[in-house]
Design a protein around this ligand. Sequence first.
Ligand SMILES: [Zn+2]
Length: 305
Amino acid sequence: MKIVYLAGMGRSGSTIIGKVLSQLKDFFYIGEMKQVWKYGISKNTLCGCGLNFSDCPIWSSVISRAFGIRAKEIAQKMIYMQRNTLRERHAPIIRFLNNPMKFIDKRISQEYRWAINRLYQEIARVTGANIIVDSTKTATYGLLIKNILDCPVYVLHIVRDPGAVAYSWKRSKNHNISGIKVAMRRFSTIKTVLRWGIRNWSVEQALRPFVDGFMLVRYEDFVNNPKKLVRAILKFVHEDSDLSFIHNHKVSLKETHSVWGNPGRLLHGDIKIKLDNEWKISQSNVQRIIIKVLLCIYLYRYSYL
Ligand SMILES: [Zn+2]
């Protein structure tokens, strides 16, 4: 088993990239696996296939094989333990420790370690996939699974122009939780810009040194030439697959079984991949200056200047 871990700031294109990767031979996109305990097992929200988590044939099989009748009880413990293991705020600490893995070891209980191992092992068994694509995105969850799972972890660090990301976080979007529309969190430009900077710094500084491979993926490059970028990802993880489902900017997507994430994970069929440039029209000069001043180093680093 190999893990392809999608890291970076939310609303940077990880959902569509995960769904495209899920079409590849031996790949399986699981969505934001950190949330499986809360939104999958406990709240029974929709799987990417459109069925409730407990009705999805993939997840019902994975969870019953991994945890049997104790699944709900274990999920409650995992939600509690997750709050006390590694949090995003630990990323700057990890960056400056001499032995970060020892620090992480101390924060993981045996039970948490056991449950994570059981979960990913059964995902691989039930799906028959060799490459599991996890889009949890935070640096710290990437470190946790690298520490716990006995398999290589390859990181795709996905970045997108912070102007587009800030615009997306200001728009209203809804999650569907047990048939009820629940508004997703919204953030001001300044808050998104700060989160964008911290998240990308954490991924580069705290996660990158400990994983088995690290590849920067600009969302705009993916949109510009999806096939070229997917081919590069395949090479990066030492795999090969048929890419005939990608026709220039159109992809033919079969349903996926992602747990939690952007509502776009529910879409399948023929999908056109295109850049949404609405943000450029609505962005004010003040917002443009805030982004340029606060993120100038990263804008240069990721070729957004
Ligand atoms: Zn499903």
